[in-house]
Design a protein around this ligand. Structure first.
Ligand SMILES: NC(=O)c1ccc[n+]([C@@H]2O[C@H](COP(=O)([O-])OP(=O)(O)OC[C@H]3O[C@@H](n4cnc5c(N)ncnc54)[C@H](OP(=O)(O)O)[C@@H]3O)[C@@H](O)[C@H]2O)c1
Length: 266
């Protein structure tokens, strides 16, 4: 499979590096279109050879084209490449809020897969939700999923609307976790720990809790009851969280993220 990756920024390079590191794509089959000449040298140093600064006739030979530019640059990009695209091209877009219909209107192919990754993709721990136009066949969906799996886990959704919810949960999710970590670190420092000690206490607690959850079948509720004994310290904290409706507030925050994802997609 010949792949053209357009936009070698944070995400684009994450994909290129993951495909190659996991030997899912051969370097000679990976082409990169990036309009910044400074980036070319950086990419060449990483061993990428086939880098284009402008679209070429070779685009016709590509089987898959990955769109990894910022959503605000998408219109310019569509204008740049539309003359080289034909109906046999399979497109994978990771541009947040750019819908399949929106891409179909601008490019002469129906075969579009849309994915929403998240930041931990950079360390192969990403969570990606993806969907596809009805014209994309099962084999094509599997081959795209195989590529996306190099950056972590993937979930396929029949309905494109679910990608807005994926954005609200796992797309923005890492920021929620960092927010909670920051709050715990701040409290730890207020109790007299140094910054380094606070970071270590909180970071290892998050890692340990997530690994415990992953290695067992217990639900979050069951794990909470294992830590919180009646009349104990954990219960005291949880009571305060509940009195202050923390769970509802987190839910409200995610609903706001969903609302915004829907608005941005319009
Ligand atoms: N970062 C994330 O965690 C994340 C998560 C989910 C989805 N996404 C999506 O992933 C996409 C890429 O995000 P990013 O953070 O990787 O952005 P980024 O670092 O800005 O990368 C985009 C790259 O594409 C280049 N570019 C722009 N227009 C181009 C064109 N017409 N032809 C060739 N190259 C072009 C940009 O160059 P210039 O800098 O010169 O414009 C830049 O190098 C976005 O659409 C975003 O919504 C990102």
């Amino acid at each position: 499979m010949k792949i053209l990756l357009i936009g070698a920024g944070n995400m684009g390079q994450t994909y290129a590096d993951s495909f190659i590191a996991q030997k899912v794509v051969k370097k000679e089959n990976l082409f990169i279109l990036e309009h910044l000449s400074e980036k070319v040298e950086q990419l060449q140093q990483k061993g990428y050879q086939q880098i284009w600064l402008t679209p070429t006739n070779e685009i016709a030979e590509m089987n898959l084209i990955i769109l990894a530019v910022k959503p605000q640059d998408s219109h310019l990009l569509f204008d740049n490449i539309k003359n080289w695209i034909n109906s046999s091209h399979l497109i994978l877009s990771i541009m947040a809020g750019v819908t399949i219909d929106g891409i179909k209107k601008r490019l002469p192919t129906q075969k579009i897969v849309r994915a929403m990754p998240n930041l931990p993709a950079q360390i192969s721990m990403g969570m990606t939700g993806f969907t596809a136009d009805i014209s994309v066949n099962r084999e094509e969906i599997f081959s795209v999923q195989n590529l996306l799996n190099t950056t972590g886990k993937t979930l396929f959704f029949e309905k494109e609307e679910m990608l807005d919810a994926v954005t609200a949960v796992s797309g923005s999710g890492p920021a929620y976790i960092f927010y909670f970590m920051k709050a715990m670190m701040k409290s730890a420092m207020a109790m007299g720990f140094t910054e380094t000690q606070s970071e270590m206490l909180v970071e290892q607690t998050f890692m340990g809790a997530v690994h415990l959850f992953n290695n067992n079948t217990f639900s979050c509720e069951e794990w909470i009851s294992k830590v919180a004994s009646k009349g104990g310290t954990t219960e005291a904290a949880l009571k305060d969280f509940n009195t202050n409706l923390l769970e509802e507030k987190i839910g409200n925050g995610l609903q706001q993220a969903l609302k915004r994802a829907i608005e941005l997609g319009k």
